[in-house]
Design a protein around this ligand. Structure first.
Ligand SMILES: Cc1ncc(COP(=O)(O)O)c(C=O)c1O
Length: 371
């Protein structure tokens, strides 16, 4: 029995009767650009994030790029972020004209370590860009306490964390609620995935919302009038319709992922060679990925592959060691916690529709490898 890392066809089978009519309504209306599903989804995602505004855009990448552009970064301006993330997090800082400053991560959650952020602040620090990696929130309360008094903005990379939440001083706070702006990705493999690319920014800053709406439409609100140079980054009506139809399922899908994660963690508890992912007790994790640390990781990965079990290394190279950032001057050893993580991590199948027998097969195959 092969076990895929992700099976979007299995999800499609459960929702096709809800999504296809929604798609066909858009097709019949022919309102492919900024049709009614777009503002409707924006309102619903803003409600989910407990933010005042949702602003759809073309991708999760643009959901970071546009708020970074709104900061008006000068060439030597710095944005502090994590090296243990998908490339877009730092690529957008560069493309917005800033300089990524990488700091190390917490060994248990893999999220940016607020202590390292504090040490990296300079007079040129304009923003912090924490990532809520694999579906659990970074330590937002500490990051906000560091950023706020210095006038440094916090932009949340919530691409992997829609619907995740964190208890802060006894209150649940959503991923996307606390930063100046947060970006979500609707890439098809995400917990809430479209049928193509898509993204959304959320913010409770009215002025920022206005600015972001302009930036996604060539920098103007009135047609053929341009206050600044923006770009074309709209969310397609078709994607908005798909996402609106899928949104009511999101909480149950994420709960199912949590259930699978608990099952793996319990079933692997007596395998000392693997360390299951650690959820910070303040966090409700949505397990976009189930990422463990494994001894002899590369050999385990090859074994799983040979046995037909999907898996992936997110991420094999920390961003401070990417060739395109060589000019920033980081060396092997600069950020040791992240460098160790890339050698040890392995993500297992965790999608909601994963049958129990397949979970057992993944567990058995790992146990057999270490036996
Ligand atoms: C952490 C993180 N940031 C940003 C992105 C970019 O999102 P997209 O692929 O929708 O552009 C992703 C998507 O993979 C991501 O995982």
């Amino acid at each position: 029995m092969n076990v895929p890392l992700l099976d979007l066809v299995a999800q499609y089978a459960t929702i096709r009767d809800e999504v296809l009519p929604a798609v066909m309504r858009v097709v019949e209306s022919q309102q492919f650009i900024m049709g009614p599903a777009v503002p409707q989804l924006e309102a619903e995602i803003a409600t989910l994030a407990r933010a005042r505004h949702g602003i759809g855009c073309a991708s999760g990448t643009d959901a970071l790029l546009l708020p970074l552009k709104a900061l008006g970064l000068e060439p030597r301006d710095e944005v502090i972020t994590t090296p243990f993330t998908f490339f877009a997090t730092a690529g957008t800082i560069h493309n917005a004209g800033g300089r990524p400053v990488f700091v190390d991560i917490e060994p248990d959650t893999f999220n940016i370590d607020p202590r390292t952020v504090e040490a990296a602040l300079t007079p040129r620090t304009r923003a912090l860009l924490p990532v809520h990696l694999f579906g659990q929130m970074a330590n937002m309360e500490r990051l906000l306490a560091i950023a706020g008094p210095r006038g440094v903005k916090v932009i949340e990379d919530a691409a992997q964390a829609i619907g995740a939440r964190r208890k802060i001083e006894g209150q649940w706070r959503m991923a996307g609620q606390l930063g100046w702006v947060a970006g979500y990705s609707f890439f098809p493999s995400k917990n809430l995935g479209g049928w193509g690319d898509g993204g959304m920014m959320v913010t409770s800053d009215d002025q920022a919302a206005e600015r972001l709406r302009q930036l996604r439409l060539h920098g103007g609100t009135k047609q053929y009038h341009h206050d600044e140079v923006g770009t074309n980054s709209r969310l397609d009506t078709l994607q908005a319709a798909v996402l609106l139809a899928k949104l009511p399922h999101l909480a149950a899908w994420s709960a199912k992922r949590r259930e699978h994660a608990a099952y793996y963690t319990q079933a692997l508890a007596d395998v000392p060679e693997v360390k299951p992912p650690v959820a910070d007790p303040c966090n409700e994790h949505i397990f976009h990925q189930y990422t463990l640390r494994a001894e002899r990781r590369d050999a385990l990965q090859a074994h799983l592959k040979a046995q037909g079990i999907g898996n992936a290394v997110y991420y094999p190279i920390p961003l401070h060691r990417q060739d395109c950032f060589a000019h920033l001057g980081y060396r092997e050893g600069s950020l040791p916690v992240a460098e160790r993580a890339v050698r040890e991590v392995l993500s297992l199948p965790i999608y909601p529709e994963l049958p129990g027998a397949q979970l057992d097969r993944v567990v058995e195959t790992i146990r057999a490898f270490y036996r």
